[in-house]
Design a protein around this ligand. Structure first.
Ligand code: BGC
Length: 354
């Protein structure tokens, strides 16, 4: 049997490009890019296992992507401050080619803000876990991103599943909150005004009947709500509204061993996601419930193939089986290995070694 920790690290190293970018999944054409979201979690996982060199290379790649677009970002900030719309050409993208270029498909839903917040959080974790100083370039890029997020956080954007562009998403706000907070720890700048506004918005607009909802104009949950507490800390781990949310997530998104994204997800039929199952375990571990965290960990370990590859999702207890074949025909087999799945597995596994 393969050692899944070692294999996960090897897979991540193998698919980190020379440029420092982590490819989301090497065998899945539309995932042949580096996402800020996936990359930030992957870098964090590598930091937890002493792979500082790898995470640093990712952060340098991300900083270069940002600094190469400095003029564009400054214009976007200026426009947002004046309340003017920002055209697609003036937005930061959610994913870039491994060389740091814009993707060729302009129609990709690029206006997603959560990954940028996650990157700021991951950069601060890199500093905390490696005890290394953050290079000036990274800090400059991070501050630009923070200014960008500070003026844009209340604009509707695509969510972390790259859907629903007309709404404001709870997870996105949590990631922005976590990112701005993390940068303030690094650069000492007071961003408490924006942080309080984000928190207020979540408390007033994104709670229904005592639990957090997926997005504005919605009464349902989404597994990404886990991020509210871990790692972004927008709400306290013992918040009763979060308890109620967790109960709903368990009841409506766990029909088998793993966790679904949201009740009506039909991507590949809407299966059980490895990275979300690990995320749920991370939340339980943070609440000192190692028994539940352990159950989730063993389920994930059983999903690895004989070479230790973890996919994006397992086509089990599908939300709607009618959608499985059409996706298979359109895009081929489910992405595997997915680096983000390996990263979240590593993060969960680490909780048992602390
Ligand atoms: C997911 C995103 C993810 C991307 C690359 C998409 O299907 O919805 O959250 O960043 O794949 O892994």
């Amino acid at each position: 049997m393969v050692n899944l920790v070692e294999t996960s690290i090897i897979i991540i190293q193998k698919f980190q490009s020379e440029s420092g970018a982590y490819v989301a999944s090497p065998n899945f054409p539309t995932y042949n890019y580096c996402w800020f979201r996936d990359g930030a979690f992957t870098a964090y996982a590598m930091d937890l296992y002493g792979q500082t060199e790898s995470s640093r290379r990712f952060h340098l790649w991300a900083s270069k992507v940002i600094l190469d677009r400095k003029e564009m970002i400054l214009i976007a900030i200026e426009k947002a401050r004046k309340g003017l719309p920002i055209t697609i050409q003036k937005q930061l993208h959610t994913r870039y080619t491994l060389e740091g270029e814009d993707g060729t498909k302009d129609e990709w839903p690029n206006f997603q803000l959560d990954g940028l917040g996650t990157w700021l959080w991951s950069l601060q974790q890199h500093k905390a876990n490696s005890n290394l100083e953050i290079p000036e370039d990274c800090l400059e890029a991070a501050k630009l991103v923070a200014d960008y997020l500070s003026v844009l956080w209340h604009q509707p954007c695509y969510d972390c599943w790259e859907e629903f562009p007309d709404d404001i998403h709870t997870h996105t706000l949590a990631a922005i909150y976590g990112g701005l907070n993390a940068l303030s720890i690094m650069d000492g700048k007071d961003r408490s005004g924006t942080l309080k506004e984000i928190q207020k918005f979540v408390n007033e607009q994104l709670v229904y009947d005592g639990f957090f909802v997926k997005k504005t104009h919605s009464f349902t949950v989404d597994a990404s709500l886990l991020g509210l507490v871990v790692p972004y800390g927008l709400v306290a781990i013992d918040d009763q509204r979060f308890d109620a949310t967790l109960e709903r997530i368990e009841n409506s998104l766990r029909k088998g061993g793993g966790l679904h994204r949201y009740p009506t997800d039909t991507y590949y039929g809407g299966g059980e996601w490895i990275l979300l199952t690990a995320w749920l375990g991370w939340v339980y571990a943070s609440r000192d419930d190692m028994e539940k965290a352990g159950e989730l960990l063993s389920w994930i370990e059983k999903q690895a193939d004989t070479n230790g590859n973890l996919p994006e999702q397992i086509p089990a207890t599908l939300n709607d089986p009618n959608y499985y074949q059409p996706w298979l025909r359109q895009w081929g087999e489910i992405a595997k290995p997915l680096l983000w799945s390996h990263a979240q597995y590593l993060i969960l596994k680490k909780q048992f070694q602390n």
